[in-house]
Design a protein. Sequence first.
Length: 341
Amino acid sequence: MKALCALAALSLGLAIEPAAAQEPGDPIAQRIEAVEQSLGFMESRLMRGLNDLQWFHRLGDIARIDKVRYTGPPNPGTNKPGGTNDVIISAHTFLPKKRARHYPLIVFAHGEIHGNVTTDEEAVIVRELVEQGYAVIAPDYRGSSGYGGDFWRQIDYGGLEVEDVFAGRNWMTENRPEVDSKRVGIIGWSHGGLVALMNAFKYSNAYQAVYAGVPVTDLVTRLSYRDTDYEKLFSAPFHIGQSVAENQEEYRRRSPIAHAAKLRIPLLIHGNTNDEDVRVIEIERMLEALRAAGRPFESRIYTNAPGGHHFNRLDTKLARESRADVYRFLAKHLKPPWPPI
C-alpha cells in the first residue's frame, strides 16, 4: 500500500518524504523508495509524451505547434571555472495558422508545484488565445514533471523558475519574426499566477500586461493555513531547505506580495471566495499591498463561483464569461488581430 501511495503521489507531481528519512539506515527501505521514485518518474514521462501528442490533436487545425528547447540560468554552485551548466528548458509554442503581419505574444506560465503544460486545463485557453491572433509560448520550467528526477529536483519556487519563463519570452521574440516584441503579455493561474506576477514585477519593461488568476501571492500566509505535508514540499533538501519558521525572509522574497511596489504595467487579478487551494485572504492581502504601494490595477473577487480554485478554467458559462473579461483586458493593451467582441 505504501508503495502504491508513493507512486500515485509522484505521478501527480507531488514530493514524497523519503523512506530513508523515516527509517534511517534501512537499506531495504531505501531501495524501495528508489524503485518507487523511478517508477513514478517513468510514468510521468509517459504521460507527458501522450500529452504532447494531444496538443497537436486539439489545436492542430488552427495553430502551428512546436516543442522547442532553450537554456535557463544555471543552478547555484553548479558552474565549473570556464564552463556553464545552463538548465535546458522545454516549451510548447503556438502560432496562428491564420496570417497576420505580426502577432502579439502571450507567455503562459503553467500552474502546480511540479506541474507541467497540459491539455486538461490549458488547451481551451490556448485555443481561445490563438483564435484571437496571439502567439503563445508555454514553458515547462525547472521542477516541472515529465522530464525525469534530476529536472524535477531542480525546482526553485519563486526563484530561477521565474527566469526560465522570462528566457522563454526572450526565445520567442528572438526566434519567431512573426512575434511583436512590443506587445507581450504574461498570464498564469495559481502557482503560474505567482510566476506571472514575479516576471511582471522584475521585468516590467519586457511586458505590456499581466493576468494572474487565483494566484499564490504570500507564502508565509499560505503555509499558515496549509497542512504540514504541504510545507514539506518547500523545506525538502532539494528545495528551499528550511521551514517558514527557520527562514521567513526567504519565503517572503519568493512571494509576489513583497514586490508589489515594483508593478509598472497593467494588471488584472481574479480570486474566488470558495477557493480552498489559494484562499481569498491571500488575494486580498495582495490587493492591499498594491493599494498601499499606490500601484494601479484591476481585480475581481468572485463570490462562491462554482469550481472553486478552477472556476474560470472550466467549460461552463461563467468560466467563459470570466475568461472573456481576461481577453478584453489583454486586448486593450496588446491589440491582437482578431480581438474578442
